[in-house]
Structure formats: C-alpha cells, structure tokens
Design a protein around this ligand. Structure first.
Ligand SMILES: Cc1cc2nc3c(=O)[nH]c(=O)nc-3n(C[C@H](O)[C@H](O)[C@H](O)COP(=O)(O)OP(=O)(O)OC[C@H]3O[C@@H](n4cnc5c(N)ncnc54)[C@H](O)[C@@H]3O)c2cc1C
Length: 241
C-alpha cells in the first residue's frame, strides 16, 4: 500500500439505506489512485486525535482521478467506534486523511463463473466487482443486510443472480446456492466469524476452490473494535501456521 497520504474534503453525504451513508469527497490530488485496478481497493482512514490516532479501513468507491472525486460507503452501526459515527455526522467541508489504496482482487474474465458474497461492509466492494464483470459473466452475488429495507439497487450482468438475505445466515445462503460446473472465482468479505469460520472452510475444503481463485477475509468482527479484530486475525494466522 502506498505510504503517501491523500487529503479528502467532504462535499456531500447521501443515505443509501437506513444503515449506510455514502460520503462524497473531492481532492486536489488523487494521483495515489491512478494505477489502482483492484475492485476491492481500500484506504486507511486517520481518525481520532494526534495524541490518540485511530486507523480504520474502508473501500474507496468510484475514484475519478481526473475529476478529483471519490466516495466511501459507511455502515452506520450505532454510537460505538470512530468511523461509523464520523460518517453519520459528516458534513461538507470536513477533512479526512487517507492512506492507500491497497487491494487484492479484481474479477478474472477467464473464470467460468463468479461467486460474490458479503454483508453490508462488503457491499461496496461487491458492487465494484459486479460493475467490472464482463457483460456475459455468470454466477451469484449474495448479500446479507440487517433488514429488508437495507437493500440497495445493485447492477449486475444478466447472468449473475443477485439475492438478498436478512436472517443472519450468510453462510447458509452461500451453501444453498446450486454449485455450477467449471472454474469459479470467489470474493467473500464481511463479519469475520462468518466469513472465516463458516464460509471459507465450505468453499476451500468442501468445494475445493483453489486459494488463488479465492479472496476471502473478515472485514470486521462482531463485539470487537478494529484494533481487537486485528489481534484476532493475528491469532488466527498464527494458529493456522
Ligand atoms: C479491506 C476492508 C474494507 C472495508 N470496507 C468497508 C466499507 O466499504 N464500508 C464499511 O462500512 N465497512 C468496511 N470495512 C469494515 C470496517 O473497517 C469496520 O466495520 C470497522 O470496524 C468500523 O470502524 P468503527 O470505528 O466504525 O467501529 P469500531 O471501533 O471498529 O468498532 C466498534 C463496535 O462496532 C462494531 N462494528 C464495527 N463494524 C460494524 C458493522 N459493519 N456492523 C455492525 N457492527 C459493527 C464492532 O464489532 C464494535 O463492537 C472494511 C474493512 C476492511 C478490512
């Protein structure tokens, strides 16, 4: 990830659903995004205070380097934390420093089919992946939202079946999909326990998806701040050798 910092200035905010706010930014210099082709491109947000800095990770949506615009879709999950509450009260003129972008996934047009799955935190990256898929792509996009009124418009190629779920069982929804023939590329991101302990073993072990065709990770961990989640990830990596 580039070490350079980009200064973003809020231009407006938009409610995408009762649980998500899109914050639109402009910048005089978005050159750090010029070579970014990963659809899951993410940035590190500098929040907190100079005395007590806090870093949070978010997907950068539709960066337009020439126009100097970019957006971030924030889950607003209550009063806890830094980034969610920051976004909920963001207003034009607010300044945010970000580092990045990093990334690790883009749809592979040579895959026979695609499986995209996630919760609302993963939705911005899923939306970007769907937009980058070839028009003749086939597969599934499975999204878990808090409630039915959190569903958002999502454009997908005609051959990609989009389904929304609200029962808290994203893993069950993925398991219920009819498995297709051929080489699948998967992208699964959301709450860490669900993605790493329920969906990942199903896809990698039971279905035998090769690791190089799988982008699977937790984006957040229920009951933990991002700092606590990082410690959880470190422990998991150590346990898995
Ligand atoms: C690569 C990457 C990309 C990401 N992209 C996005 C994105 O585009 N949009 C987005 O909203 N999130 C995204 N996330 C997830 C985001 O970084 C976390 O949700 C983060 O913890 C939010 O920080 P916070 O300061 O609001 O809450 P924290 O201080 O980290 O946590 C406070 C409390 O809120 C809970 N919490 C945190 N996130 C959620 C949530 N989504 N739903 C319910 N409860 C939650 C925690 O479990 C904790 O109890 C991404 C994460 C990664 C790793």
């Amino acid at each position: 990830m580039p070490k350079s910092t980009t200064t973003l200035v809020v231009t407006s905010t938009e409610r995408l659903s009762p649980g998500m706010v899109r914050v639109h930014f402009r910048s005089d210099d978005l050159s750090a995004f010029a070579d970014s082709t990963d659809t899951d491109r993410y940035v590190k947000l500098a929040l907190g205070t100079p005395e007590e800095p806090v870093v949070r990770t978010y997907t950068a949506v539709e960066p337009d380097v020439a126009a100097g615009t970019v957006a971030i879709d924030f889950v607003v999950h209550g009063d806890e934390g830094y980034a969610g509450p920051w976004a909920a009260s963001a207003k034009a003129g607010d300044v945010l420093e970000v580092r990045g972008p990093g990334g690790g996934y883009a749809p592979d047009p040579s895959a026979d089919w695609h499986l995209l799955a996630g919760d609302e935190a993963g939705l911005p990256a899923i939306r970007a992946a769907l937009a980058a898929l070839p028009a003749d792509a086939v597969g599934y996009a499975v999204v878990e939202t808090y409630d039915a009124d959190h569903v958002q418009p999502l454009n997908a190629p005609a051959g990609v079946e989009v389904s929304w779920h609200h029962d808290g069982d994203l893993a069950g929804a993925v398991r219920a999909l009819p498995w297709r023939e051929g080489r699948v590329q998967v992208f699964v991101h959301g709450e860490a326990e669900v993605t790493m302990h329920a969906i990942r073993p199903y896809l990698l072990k039971e279905r035998g998806v090769p690791r190089q065709d799988a982008s699977i990770s937790g984006y957040w961990r229920r009951g933990r701040t991002e700092e606590g989640f990082r410690a959880w990830k470190k422990d998991l990596a150590a346990a898995e050798g």
